[in-house]
Design a protein around this ligand. Sequence first.
Ligand code: BGC
Length: 767
Amino acid sequence: MDWILREQGFDKERIAANGNKFMIGNGYMGYRGTMEEFTREELTATTLAGLYDRVDGKWREPVNAPNGLFTRLEWEGTPLGVLTGGAGAGAGVELLEHEQQLDIRRAVHRRRTVFRVPSGAAEERRVTLTAERFCSAERLNLLAAKLTVQSSADGELVIRTGIDGEVWDINGPHLEGLAGREAEGSLLLAGMTRELKVPVAVAETASFNVGEQVVSTTSGSPIREIRIPCRAGETYTIYKYAAVFTGLDGTGDAGEAALRLSREAAGLGYESLLKEHAAKWEEKWSRADVVIEGDEEAQLALRYSLYQLLIIAPEHSEKLSIPARGLSGQVYKGAVFWDTEMFMLPFFLYTQPETARNLMMYRIHTLDGARRKAAEYGYEGAFYAWESQETGDDACTLFNVNDVFTGRPMRTYFRDKQVHISADVAYGIWQYYSFTGDDSILLNGGAETVWECAKFFYSYAYFNPGKQRYEILDVTGPDEYHERVNNNAFTNALVKRALYIALEAMDFLRANDPEQYETLVKRSAIQPEQVRDLHDRLYVPQPDAKTKLIEQFDRYYTLEDVPLPELKSRVLNKNEYWGGGNGLATTTQILKQADVVLMLHLFQNHYDRETKKANWEYYEPRTEHGSSLSSCIYALVAADIGSSEWAYPYFLRTATIDLTGDSKQYVGDLYIGGTHPAANGGAWMAAVLGFAGISFDGSTVSIKPSMPHKWQAVELPLILRGQSFKVRVMPTGVVVEAGADNNEAVAFKLGTHEVQVAPGEKAQVDL
Ligand code: BGC
């Protein structure tokens, strides 16, 4: 099967979408899928993970480094570029062929463009440019590129290549004192962030065997000009090695480090760097790939989703998590949302537990930010940021959306009221612990974190004396169109789970680190017995005895029950916000995204099939799927109830979101385009947890397939409790092979058969 995405021809309208779709990255940085000749206007970005900056009181956002791969061509004085007639291409130039490619197996981006160049001669003259690039998976600070140029006639070719300081910024520019220079044949562009003065440097070393070079610095950007007296039919090749360092890397002077790496890379050469990069990717895929037999479209879409997760996974650092738009730019402030715990974490838990650990350690490292937020609102414990950056302080503003009609900022309550975030964090930490058995995470801040989350809920909850129960009032659940509601079923259920987790974690601590336990309890106004009481008497909305429906929140049923198409017919502006005080959906039962249904997925063993089916059927027609986090959940629950054909379209919608670029681009006047890692993780969940029906409860792996009719088999690797397995799931049976290096047997429940799969053994069961 093909691992290469291809797009033929050039369409100006797709510049932003293709920048996302053809992205490369390595967890340290993301490099958008733009053309070599592009600059700021075409949204060029080398987005750095975990480095944020604020300019002139505007919102903080990630920093884009200068573009070390910038390159433009000129043929006989005429600029060549895909934007014919626009910036970068001169009059008379025509685009004869253009193809953009992404090899997702090796994470390599390619383009090939053939230009017709003006000539007085009778015969047509062509210049062909090919370029290939990758963001090294072995040396995270390195980008490498290879460019070739060929012409059909003799003539002078000028290649301008270097480091472009003019890159895409929403609220920038973020680097001050940006100064470019030549340093013994290499180029360097360095500056520092405006807010925290963190140095950022990009160095570039190029190697080529023809032409003379002259370096100039145009508005701060060091660019070399290489003049090549071109001979017809000859191929001219340039290799570029761009290294990006920041003051956060701990490598001393960022500029020196960048120069050192770019020169070292040049010394090693492109092919050998590509080889080590490809070997890393081979290894990544061997641990992650899911093979789907019988459905090419689903196969490519799922692999692409996994590619997206793999290029942004912070394998190298426990100070990073994954922002809601990955490393595709600065959208959503580069902030980390609940998306990570609820939608991406499962993929990492089952395939790369070390990365799952990093993601959860990020929450532990940002606990102080969550404490500050709780204190700011007058609560105890830890209230995690709805939009979290490097310190855990909330980047979410009180006015997150502008009203398209009045232009005025709207008061939104994502920051104040989406309290489920603290339960999501506790849930994630506990998932990591039960999947891996790695109790070091509990001892090193995990238990404290979940305890702090429980304290927050204790201080937030309301005791209803009439009903002798605790309630959680004035919250926003996953469905953001209904703000400030009471007893949101999802929130209450997850908080109850978080309280249970906190009590378990504290028991663990008392037994394994009594000193830490004592300290936590002693300095707390809230005691474990109180948390237990809250847990035991917390109200969680239950299914109605007759209809089996669970009301999304108190009095949800009293809202207008308008069909979705009718609500859509009321829209006056395609970007208007449906939630908030005055939104179209606010007074209706229309929801933005899976809410009760998400709860049914998370607690799938607590509810019977009828309840899941009744709620799926009730809520689905009322769901806008206005968030990319929605469809995968409907796919999961449909598969869970055995309706894989219902599930399939939701799976495909989730898995193709970044291939088609078909997603909301604006909320109000806020641009929200970019990649969708939560949907990417959701695609994996729908395929593996949904269709292949795999689930792990910390001791037993259950496999109960519910596959779309055309799927003949799903094959994938798993790592559970440090033991690796290869699993093949078919509608008619399951085969599990345990790694020969495993050191213990793991229990599998295949359909109704229970088996222990010992190291090196194979279990096969017909269903
Ligand atoms: C969704 C949130 C999500 C955020 C970031 C919003 O549109 O409603 O649930 O966390 O996007 O992906």
